[in-house]
Write a protein that binds this ligand. Structure first.
Ligand code: FES
Ligand SMILES: [Fe+2]
Length: 470
């Protein structure tokens, strides 16, 4: 079946109807286990080999992805490797400060040229097998005993390392393996102003850890797409704090979920009037303390100390406690030279989640953020590699040096994961196993609480259909 342009909106300004909401019959007929009913997600999408292969062929090589933080490669010659769906890409800082993304395969006999991260010794990329060399811009510099080769194999253009599209934005390196890809600014259009207003580019890595989960990459992502799980999975954040059941339910119901074109989405809590919800300064401090101790991200110990200082100064019953607390944070930041995002705007995004299709999340708060990225692992539909970063904004001139991965940690590792991520991790592999129960037919979605999950699956079908018909 051929998909026409009217079946799949693939350009900005094209019908947003086709970008948000159910897909056309042509798309649905093209994709196996397609999203045919907005109430259900077919279970096979999380483990079927053929579906996984379609993602490998049409999603990963054709979508913009966050491949690295800029501070992973501060100096010329620094590199870091990004692997996805059978491709390895070297992200390399150039002499002029720009960044290139080079396919990590020797032009001689395919050996991967570098692994992990580091600095190219001697300013060149050297193949460990026979010693061919490249300049960091990808041009070939040396072929050992080149007189032993037919000149047909030595043409400079043939020997040049292949490049991917690269964009640097928000302190990150974004790549696309498809030379014909839609420009980055089009693909990310709905999110760019939002990120810019949050001054994401001022943030730096506080810590960076990884985990491998025995679950499909989408299933893992979905655990962070809704606040509906908060009541059962993270009781300490709601009723465990002494909040009534009714208040907890109200807070969950007050979550706003927005689907944006391109598969992206955003969710956040609407402003809660402290009087209506019977929340005082103690609740504000305590909820932030739980974030600081429970995940060391979004709210940090230093923020809690500032809020505690205010407790002594104005008392927790001040009706404007939370506003004054945030103002105190900004006053501190100003004195310390911390370039925070503008105070007045985008407050609603604090505590919310911004999802960038296909696999990147940012949860911004107070000039800090918790960030997630999920990818398939080991060519297995039922495993994923999950990166977690805590970002914060440092005083100007005091930003830390090169960002390095702290390591790969087990889901139950209490030393390396706070309570909140461990609670989230604890359900994901159980859910993946449950998918194989002979009793289970399909995921059942709430049209409001889980609408961003529906949206990412519908977008995935559009992407696959476009690829199949290309
Ligand atoms: S495989 Fe790289 S130089 Fe031979
Ligand atoms: Fe959670």
């Amino acid at each position: 079946m051929t998909i026409t342009r009217s079946d799949v909106a693939d350009a900005p300004g094209a019908s947003t109807q086709a970008e948000i909401g159910p897909n056309t019959p042509a798309v649905r007929a093209t994709v196996p286990y397609a999203m045919d009913d907005s109430n259900y997600v077919p279970k096979e999408r999380y483990y079927d080999r053929a579906f996984f292969e379609l993602e490998k062929q049409h999603l990963w090589p054709r979508t913009w992805q966050m491949a690295a933080r800029l501070e992973e490669i501060p100096e010329p010659g620094d590199y870091t490797e990004y692997e996805v769906a059978g491709n390895s890409i070297l992200i390399v800082r150039q002499q002029d400060g720009s960044v290139k993304a080079l396919h990590n395969a020797c032009r001689h006999r395919a050996t991967e040229l570098a692994k992990g991260c580091g600095r190219m010794a001697g300013g060149q990329i050297v193949c460990p097998f026979h010693g061919w060399r490249w300049n960091i811009d990808g041009s070939n510099a040396f072929v050992f005993m080149d007189d032993e080769f037919d000149p047909v194999n030595l043409k400079p253009e043939a020997l040049r390392l292949r490049e991917c599209l690269v964009e640097v934005w928000g302190g990150m390196v974004w790549i696309n393996l498809d030379p014909e890809a839609v420009p980055f600014t089009e693909a990310l259009a709905p999110l760019i102003p939002m990120f810019d207003a949050l001054a994401i580019e001022n943030m730096r890595v506080k810590w960076w850890k990884q985990i491998i989960l025995k679950a499909n990459w989408k299933l893992t992502m979905e655990a962070f797409h809704e606040g509906y799980h908060g009541y059962q999975t993270h009781p300490q954040l709601l009723t465990g704090r002494g909040m009534s059941f009714e208040t907890a339910v109200k807070i969950i119901k007050e979550m706003e979920y927005l689907n944006l074109s391109g598969g992206h989405s955003r969710s956040y809590s609407r402003y809660l009037d402290p009087a209506e919800y019977n929340l005082n300064g103690d609740d504000f401090i305590e909820s932030n303390r739980l974030l600081a101790t429970g995940q060391d991200a979004m709210a940090l110990e230093k923020d809690v100390q500032i809020f505690e200082g205010l407790r002594n100064k104005i008392g927790v019953d001040d009706p404007k406690f939370s506003e004054k607390a945030i103002q105190a944070l900004y006053d501190y930041a100003e004195g310390a030279g911390i370039p925070m995002p503008p105070l007045s705007e985008h407050m609603q995004q604090w505590g919310g989640v911004v999802f960038l299709f296909p696999n990147y999340f940012i949860l911004p708060q107070f000039g800090n953020a918790l960030v997630y990225r999920m990818r398939p692992h080991d060519d297995d539909p039922e495993q994923c590699l999950f990166d977690v970063w805590s970002l914060t904004t440092y005083p100007r001139g005091q930003e830390p040096g090169r960002a390095e991965l702290l390591g790969l940690f087990d889901k139950d590792d209490k030393e390396h994961w706070g309570l909140i991520p461990r609670q989230d991790f604890s359900n994901i592999e159980r859910q993946q196993r449950g998918l194989h129960s002979q009793s289970f037919e399909h995921m059942r979605l709430s049209p409001r609480q889980e609408k961003t999950i529906l949206h990412l699956h519908q977008e995935l079908d559009r992407v696959i259909a476009r690829g199949v018909s290309a």
